[in-house]
Design a protein around this ligand. Sequence first.
Ligand code: PEP
Ligand code: MG
Length: 576
Amino acid sequence: MSTLILHGLAAAPGVAIGPALVYQPAEASPAPTPSTATFSVAQEQVRLAKALAQADASLVEHEARLRQANKAEEADIFAAHRMLLHDPSLREMIDQAITEHSLPAPDAVLLAANAQAELLEEIGDDYLRARAVDLRDVARLLERALTGTKSLGEQLSEPALIVARDLGPSDLMSVAQERLLGIVLAGGGLTAHSSILARGLGIPAVVGLGETLLHNVATGTMLALDGAAGQVYVAPNETELATLRAQATALREQEATLREAVSLPTVTSDGHAIALVANASTVAEASAAHAWGAAGIGLLRTELLFLERTTLPDETEQLALYAAIAAELPGLPITVRTLDVGGDKHLPAFPLPHEDNPFLGWRGLRIGLSEPDLLLPQLRALLRAGANAVMRIMLPMVSTVSEVHQARVLLDRAQRELDAEGLAYARQVELGVMIEVPSAALTADALAREVDFFSIGTNDLTQYTLACDRGNQRVAALYQPLHPSVLQLIALTCTAAHRHGRHVAVCGELGGDPKATALLIGLGVDELSCSPGSIPHVRAAIRATNYATAQVMARQALEAPDAAAVKSLLEAGAAS
Ligand code: PEP
Ligand code: MG
C-alpha cells in the first residue's frame, strides 16, 4: 500500500519523524447547563479571579523566558495574550454568563471567548481568524487554571509530533521543547502565532492540512514531516524515512554554511553588486534582518505595526516606532511604506466600509490621499525619524502619476508644518513608489521622473496582471508570479527606471525565492528585499549567479509562452 502524503502550508522548515499525539482541547459546549442548588456567584467569581492570576503568571513566565532567549517577536505574542486575558469586554461577558446565566466559571470562560472568537472569524480576514485562535488559546489557559485539567505539555510524556485542529501559543509553550518534534495542524495559517512561534523556536511545522488530517491520524500513528515542502507522510515506509533522514542531515549542514556566510558581499560571480535588504513589520524582524546581514530594510509594512490595537498611534508614537526599527540597523536605509490597508488587510483601528471588490477599491495610497488625517501624521513622523536615520518613504498601490503629485503636495505640507513648528526633520528624504499595478509598470517612464526609486510588489502585480485574487484558493493555479506577462512588466519597469538613473527593488515574495534570484537580476533588478529568514538563501543565490548568463536567461524568459516554460528555464539554469 502506498503511503498517504498530505499537502499543506510550509509553516516552519525542518524534518521531523515520530509518533503523533492528537490534541483535542476543551471546547465551549453549545448549550452549557446552568448550575443548580450549590451554585454561588460569589464563589465562582473568587475562582475566576484566582485563575486569572494563575494564567497571567504563566503568560508572564513564557514572555520572560523568550525575552531571555532574545526572541523578542515571540515574547511579544505573550504580551499581547496578557492584553487579551485582561480585556474588559471579555471579562464583562464572563461575568454576565456567571451572574445572569448561573454558569460555572469554566463554562462561562469558554462560552464568552467562543462568542468573541466567532465574531472575529465571521469577518473572513486571515489576520482576525488568527487572533480568534489566540483568544481561544487564552480561554483554554484560563479554563485549565480553573479546572486543573492537563495542559498539552502534561499530556506529552514522550517525544511526538502534535496533531491538532489549531494550536495556540500557550498550548505550544506548555510543552518541553525536547519532546515537541513537530507541529501538524488541520487549520492555521502562516501568519498564525503558532506558526510564528514554531519558526522562531525552530520546530518544523506544516499547517492548513484540512480535516483529512484528523480523519487519517490517531495518537500513535507514525508521521514524517517535511516542513520546507509542507508535506506530511502518514505511516511512511523505510525508503521514505531514509530519504527524509538524509534530507534532515543535509539541511543541518546547509544551515551551518549559511550562518558562516552572513558577511559575504552580495555580488554575482562576475562582480555585479545587488543590494540585499529585508522585509520587516516588527522591531524583532528588523533585528533578525540585521543578524542575517541585511543591508537595510526594503519594505517596512507599517500597517502590521498597528494591528494589535484599537486606535491608530499618533505622530509621536509612530516616530518612536520608526526610530526603534532604524536603531536595529544603524546607518542603513529603512524603506517605510505608508499605510497600506484595504484589500485583504484590515485594521481594527481603521474599519473599512464593505466593498464588492476591495482589491480594486479603496486601498493603499487611495485611502491615504482621501484621508489626509491618516497620511499626514505618518509623513511627518517619517520625516522626523529621517533626522537621525536614513529613511525612505514608499507609496503603496500607485496607479497614476497624479497620485504621486498629490502625495508630494502632502509631503511638502508636512515639511512646511515641521519648519513652522521648528522641529528637526530630514530635508532630503527619498520618495519612491511600489509598482504593483500594471498601469504603474506601463507608465514607469513618467513615474520615474517623479520619484527616486521603485519597488516592485510582485504579490499584487501578479494578481492584477493575471486578474487572479491572491487569496482565492480556487484560482490559486492561475496565480503565477513567473508568468511572462509579469516578467515583461518587471523588465519594462527596470528599463524605464535606469533610463532616469533610478534603482529598482523587488519586495514581493518572488524577491525571497532563491530559484528566481538569477532571473530577477537578469531582468535588471538592483535590489532584492525578502523576509529575514530568506536573506541567507538569497545571498547564496546572488553569489552563485553569473550576471551575463542571467541576462541571456531573462531574455529567453520574456519570450516564453507561459510560467511553466519559465520554470523549465530556471531549472535548466540551476542545473548548468
Ligand atoms: C506586494 O504586493 O508584492 C507587496 C510586497 O505588498 P503586500 O504583500 O503587503 O500587499
Ligand atoms: Mg502589495
